[in-house]
Design a protein around this ligand. Structure first.
Ligand SMILES: *[C@@H]1O[C@H](CO)[C@@H](O)[C@H](O)[C@H]1NC(C)=O
Ligand SMILES: *[C@@H]1O[C@H](CO)[C@@H](O)[C@H](O)[C@H]1NC(C)=O
Ligand SMILES: *[C@@H]1O[C@H](CO)[C@@H](O)[C@H](O)[C@H]1NC(C)=O
Ligand SMILES: *[C@@H]1O[C@H](CO)[C@@H](O)[C@H](O)[C@H]1NC(C)=O
Length: 288
């Protein structure tokens, strides 16, 4: 019982310590909002945000780093100038907008890509320091693409589909993938070519695919998609094209007969439907 009581005493003192610590939170330095976009377009501007709560302490400094190299410092105690700027490759600061909570980077170049860190510290006596960091990637989306060319409106089952899909100059390199009826096409069925201009790369791909009857199951249509993804970035775009099945005299007869034979079909037991199908076959035979 005595032991139990001592343990209880321990718990109480721990609770007191925790409560005291909680109370101290008011003096805690906290980064309340940190925003760095993961992706940004080449040539554009971005604003990085670093908002904080110093509680009852006084702010000492806000420092921004790219890959551990400081490029901006806000220090209220420095009376000569609040903002200090350190030149760094890929960093073009808009001084007029940059302050204790924001830095604006203009004319982003590929060398602006990197890990950005905001570090906030409070003054003595309760000197505290905290930071957050995030990676920013500068990309250049293509001006056009993916463009699919070479598609005929009709293909017979068994016929080859030869297409070209192209994507304009981009960074990183666009990776092209084809889909037929939503299924990824095997890598042996298409070839990819690239063309480099400085950092930018354009790409095009030729698809040679032999259609089968099953490809036209959805309303006699085949759906072809060309997609590109920029490197390992989460930037992707898709084009969709549709072509119909070419109906020859023979294939019309086959499909009409198939409809008659498929017993599970809703229309299979419908006499009128059967008559229509037969009339259709007869009409085609007369016409062709
Ligand atoms: C720090 O800021 C975040 C975001 O506003 C908030 O959710 C969190 O409770 C804060 N932490 C402290 C210790 O004040
Ligand atoms: C791709 O399509 C776009 C828009 O339709 C067009 O402006 C562009 O010239 C095309 N590119 C090629 C290489 O055909
Ligand atoms: C595919 O399209 C690209 C871009 O328009 C072009 O440069 C290339 O020559 C085309 N390839 C073929 C095989 O048509
Ligand atoms: C990629 O972007 C999509 C849509 O914006 C998002 O749902 C997905 O979580 C992202 N994936 C990664 C790995 O960032």
């Amino acid at each position: 019982m005595f032991f139990e009581g001592r343990r209880f005493g321990h718990i109480v003192s721990w609770i007191l310590i925790i409560l005291f610590a909680e109370n101290k939170v008011g003096h805690c330095l906290n980064l309340t909002n940190f925003e760095v976009p993961s992706l940004a377009e080449y040539g554009s501007s971005v604003t990085l945000t670093c908002e904080f709560d110093v509680g009852s302490a006084t702010l000492n400094s806000v420092k921004w780093y790219k890959e551990e190299h400081e490029f901006f410092r806000y220090m209220p105690s420095n009376h000569l100038t609040d903002n200090q700027i350190f030149p760094l490759d890929g960093i073009n600061l808009d001084k007029s907008i940059s302050d204790q909570n924001h830095v604006t980077l203009m004319h982003l170049s590929f060398s602006s890509s990197g890990t950005y860190k905001c570090e906030v510290s409070t003054d003595l006596p309760d000197f505290k320091i905290t930071y957050r960091s995030k990676h920013l990637s500068v990309i250049s989306s293509p001006k056009w693409g993916p463009n699919i060319t070479g598609l005929s409106p009709y293909y017979a089952a068994g016929q080859m589909i030869n297409l070209n899909c192209s994507v304009g100059l981009s960074y990183p390199e666009p990776r092209i993938t084809w889909y037929i009826n939503g299924r990824k096409v095997g890598r042996h069925e298409y070839i990819v070519f690239t063309h480099k201009e400085g950092m930018l790369v354009s790409a095009w791909s030729t698809l040679s695919y032999e259609t089968v009857m099953d490809d036209f199951q959805n309303k006699n249509k085949i759906e072809i998609q060309c997609e590109f993804v920029l490197g390992d970035m989460n930037v992707t775009e898709k084009s969709v094209s549709l072509a119909s099945r070419l109906m020859t005299k023979k294939s019309v007869q086959e499909s009409a007969l198939q409809s008659l034979q498929s017993s599970g079909d809703v229309c299979a037991n419908n006499r009128l439907y059967q008559l229509l199908a037969i009339t259709c076959i007869l009409l085609y035979q007369n016409l062709w």
